[in-house]
Design a protein around this ligand. Structure first.
Ligand SMILES: [Zn+2]
Ligand SMILES: [Zn+2]
Length: 176
C-alpha cells in the first residue's frame, strides 16, 4: 500500500512527529512501512500533515501527489516538505529549548552549549522511530542545516514557547 492521506477515524492515534493526538476527522498522513517485527506485514505511522511536512517530507510529497482529499494549505505543506528534501538535515529539527546544563556539545562545532542558552533539539529517524540525537547552538543552525530559516519548525515542535521565548530564539538564530 502506498502512503496515504485520510481523515482520522478516531481521536485516539498519536502523531509520530509531535506525540500529540490527531483529532477525529482531521486529515493525516499514513506512512506505510514494512513491520520490522513481523515478516510480510506492514505498519502504519500516523502524522499531522504539518508534522509530516517538517519531519517526513518524502512520504508526504508522495501522498500529496496521489490523494483525492481536499487538502487545505497544500501549497505551504509542499513548500515545507520540499525545503526538507533540499536541506537534508532540516527534518531533524525537533524544537528549541534552553540548555538546563552546560554538558551537551554542539553537533556542529563540537563546543559545549552553555547552560541557559537556547539550543536546537535534534531527532534521528530510523525504522519508524524518532530518537533524540543531540543539539546544536542556535548560532550554528545555518552552518548545520544549510539554512537559518528554521523558526517555523522550532516553534511548531516547541509549542510551549511564549512570544518572548520566540523572540529570544529568533535573536539567537540571527546571532551567527
Ligand atoms: Zn504532530
Ligand atoms: Zn555550535
Amino acid at each position: 500500500m502506498p502512503h496515504s492521506i485520510e481523515p482520522a477515524a478516531s481521536g485516539r492515534a498519536k502523531c509520530r512527529g509531535c506525540s500529540k493526538p490527531i483529532a477525529k476527522g482531521e486529515l493525516r498522513l499514513g506512512e506505510r512501512m514494512p513491520n520490522p517485527f513481523a515478516e510480510d506485514a506492514e505498519m502504519v505511522l500516523w502524522f499531522h500533515l504539518q508534522c509530516a511536512a517538517f519531519k517526513r517530507p518524502e512520504p508526504l510529497l508522495d501522498a500529496l501527489a496521489s490523494t483525492e482529499e481536499d487538502v487545505g494549505e497544500r501549497d505551504a505543506l509542499e513548500a515545507a516538505a520540499r525545503n526538507g528534501v533540499e536541506y537534508r538535515r532540516l527534518p531533524r529539527v525537533d524544537g528549541a529549548q534552553v540548555a538546563p546544563t552546560g554538558r551537551a556539545k554542539c553537533r556542529c562545532c563540537r563546543e559545549p552549549i552553555s547552560k541557559g542558552s537556547w539550543r536546537v533539539r535534534l531527532v534521528w529517524y530510523e525504522d519508524g522511530r524518532f530518537d533524540p540525537s543531540g543539539f546544536v547552538h542556535m548560532g550554528c543552525a545555518e552552518e548545520y542545516f544549510g539554512t537559518a530559516e528554521i523558526l517555523d519548525r522550532l516553534q511548531h515542535f516547541a509549542s510551549e514557547l511564549g512570544n518572548e521565548d520566540v523572540a529570544a530564539v529568533e535573536r539567537a538564530l540571527r546571532s551567527a
